[in-house]
Write a protein that binds this ligand. Structure first.
Ligand SMILES: NC(=O)c1ccc[n+]([C@@H]2O[C@H](COP(=O)([O-])OP(=O)(O)OC[C@H]3O[C@@H](n4cnc5c(N)ncnc54)[C@H](O)[C@@H]3O)[C@@H](O)[C@H]2O)c1
Length: 427
């Protein structure tokens, strides 16, 4: 079991908001090797996570003893912009709304940008930020289709060449307990991992039903958590955390996905309610990925692995005694990710570029979803290399350009039917 439920996230966001309201700049002296130049921050996506991440970024600055200023915030909707401006006491002139408002952030003098919109927009926004030379915090997941995920991997390489840092919101990687478990596994505590179960079983986080006169674009954006074209489905949007842990602990990506799933009770949108996917990592290693969003059912969020000489349950490692260094971090994982982002960007600490790892975890979730939607076996090469595969070029529509140009046509609010829709909403 792990400690990161949505409820915990909301609690953390509330705490960081409280910290921000009493935020006290510590002055220009810094002992962390990160320089004294004030940090300028931009924010794209001012919902729960965007405001939470911005608050945690400010807390990271406080820990590092460096001054920080929010210079630009953008959201599709003015009310969301207002919420962020009010929370962080930022001047109204720095707030921008609309589907192209992200350009105001990339055109600003922000050194760092937090991206926390629905994930379908991430590749496009990341591209604009990397082009503009920004250091980036990208919330997970980072795409909803293979084309988008591959784009993020390519942008990661461009960012590396430009000396830009990219950190992703896969916060387990910034948690001392997870890092210790990974170090123990690498030191041989459980031998070779041969199998495991990863799951996120909970309920539909929220629904935003259609209002009178609302356009397709606005309805889909407000209700994004229920549309595959915006969220990637909940296997992508939520369960990506566990798939990331599986890749991280095993040290490689799967070779294929054989998934199934369906929809029993969802009221809006076109997503499934549940997925069960056999992820084949090759060499006989299988991970069972299971996720569900149905109220009133048994809930479980976490990761367990079986090794040749032991096992893990969450971050508890049971096997051979191994010696690993004690890990001590500056803050809780969702603050630590910003501490490390800032340190890396300012040339102190480990240079970080997490684009590939988070894009690969996102691709695993997309592979599982596509297998479940179509009823076909999806291979890793079909997502990454095999241009002849119908899955390779899959791009969901409406896409971010449709939102910017006002050409959004809402898909039917019904789920995919396995065995019938090989090319699920391919462009
Ligand atoms: N790391 C974590 O534990 C964690 C927790 C929650 C959410 N998330 C991720 O953070 C992201 C945002 O989730 P959330 O819970 O904040 O959702 P949310 O609905 O609260 O916020 C999303 C915001 O993005 C805005 N938006 C939509 N399209 C936009 C566009 N094109 N340009 C600018 N703004 C746009 C929306 O209006 C909304 O205000 C998602 O990718 C989600 O998966 C991560």
């Amino acid at each position: 079991m792990n400690n990161f439920t949505r409820r915990d996230f909301v609690k953390a966001a509330a705490l960081s908001a409280a910290a921000v309201s009493t935020f006290n700049i510590l002055g220009a002296q810094t002992v962390n090797g990160i320089g004294t130049q004030k940090i300028k921050l931009g924010l794209i996506g001012c919902g729960g996570r965007g405001k939470g991440a911005a608050g945690q970024f400010l807390q990271a600055c406080q820990i590092l003893g460096i001054e920080v200023e929010i210079v630009a915030v953008a959201d599709a909707f003015p009310d969301r912009v207002q919420g962020a401006l009010a929370q962080f006491k930022v001047d109204a002139s720095r707030g921008h709304s609309g589907y192209e408002a992200y350009r105001k952030v990339t055109e600003s003098d922000a050194e760092f940008v937090i991206m926390a919109t629905p994930p379908n927009f991430r590749p496009r926004h990341l591209e604009a930020c990397v082009e503009a030379g920004k250091h980036c915090f990208i919330e997970k997941p980072v795409a909803v289709d293979p084309v988008g995920a591959r784009k993020v991997i390519a942008l990661g390489e461009i960012a590396k060449a430009k000396g830009l840092t990219i950190v992703a919101g896969t916060q387990r990687r910034y948690d001392a307990k997870y890092q210790t478990a990974k170090a123990q596994i690498d030191a041989g505590a459980i031998g070779e991992i041969v199998g495991g179960v990863v799951s996120w079983n909970g309920q539909v986080p929220w629904i935003s039903s259609r209002k009178d006169g609302q356009s397709d674009a606005h309805y889909m954006t407000r209700n994004w958590l229920n549309f595959t074209e915006l969220s990637g489905d909940h296997i992508v949007e939520q369960h990506v955390h566990q798939l990331d842990v599986a890749n991280w602990f095993i040290g490689r990506t799967p070779v294929s996905f054989n998934g199934m799933g369906g929809r029993a009770r969802r009221e809006t949108g076109n997503q499934f309610d549940f997925f069960s996917v056999d992820m084949d990592y090759g060499d006989g290693v299988h991970i069972h990925s299971q996720c569900r969003q149905i109220a009133g059912c048994y809930n479980r969020v976490g990761e367990s692995f079986r090794g040749t000489e032991g096992k893990t349950v969450g971050t508890k490692v049971m096997g051979k005694d191994v010696s690993v260094p004690t890990i001590k971090l500056e803050g809780a994982s969702m603050i630590q990710e910003h501490v490390e982002l800032i340190k890396s960007a300012r040339g102190s600490g480990t240079p970080l570029n997490c684009a590939q790892a988070v894009a690969e975890a996102t691709l695993c979730a997309i592979g599982g979803r596509m297998s479940a939607y179509t009823g076909q076996l999806v291979r890793w090469v079909d997502l990454t290399k095999n241009e002849k595969s119908p899955f390779y070029a899959m791009q969901l529509t409406p896409n971010p350009i449709d939102f910017e140009r006002g050409t959004v046509v809402m898909p039917v609010e019904a789920p995919s039917i396995p065995g019938k829709e090989i090319k699920f909403r391919n462009r």
